[in-house]
Design a protein around this ligand. Structure first.
Ligand SMILES: [Zn+2]
Length: 148
């Protein structure tokens, strides 16, 4: 996302829209873009620096660490903020900053049930295991009772 410095009026500029997903090429890390980047950003120039702040929204497909199923996760950055020295007179590319913030907001251990809108199969397996264990415990107790 390139910002043309000449187009920024003294009071700042509001940018809003969709753009190509900026975090492509992370398939090896099980991060796939699932839609465009939505942004609402205010930019302005103060002295020899450019500031920007706003919010970002990016859908990505991740793999659940528990059941290994793919699921769609919404990365929301509500306080995107940049303050960078101007290096050239023409444009500033905000993409590296956006990319960094999106990656920082990725869950380290993504779980498909983190939003509570689905039940993780991995968790279901855990619960079944626990039930089996509990049954085993009871049967041991039953045997003990028989002996008594
Ligand atoms: Zn899961």
């Amino acid at each position: 996302m390139k910002v043309h410095l000449k187009q920024i009026p003294p009071e700042g500029l509001h940018l809003e829209g969709d753009e190509d997903c900026p975090i492509k090429g992370l398939e090896k890390e099980d991060v796939r873009c699932a839609g465009p980047l939505s942004y609402k950003i205010d930019v302005g120039i103060s002295g020899s620096a450019l500031w920007a702040n706003g919010s970002l929204h990016q859908s990505v497909e991740l793999r659940c660490v528990s059941c290994l199923e793919k699921f769609v996760h919404e990365i929301r950055v509500s306080e995107f903020a940049v303050h960078t020295e101007l290096r050239g007179p023409e444009t500033v590319d905000l993409t590296p900053f956006i990319r960094e913030d999106l990656l920082l907001n990725l869950p380290l251990h993504p779980r498909c049930d983190r939003n509570g809108d689905r039940v993780c199969e991995g968790k279901r397996v855990e619960t079944t295991e626990q039930n089996t264990k509990r049954k085993a415990d009871w049967s041991a107790l039953d045997k003990l009772r028989l002996k008594l």
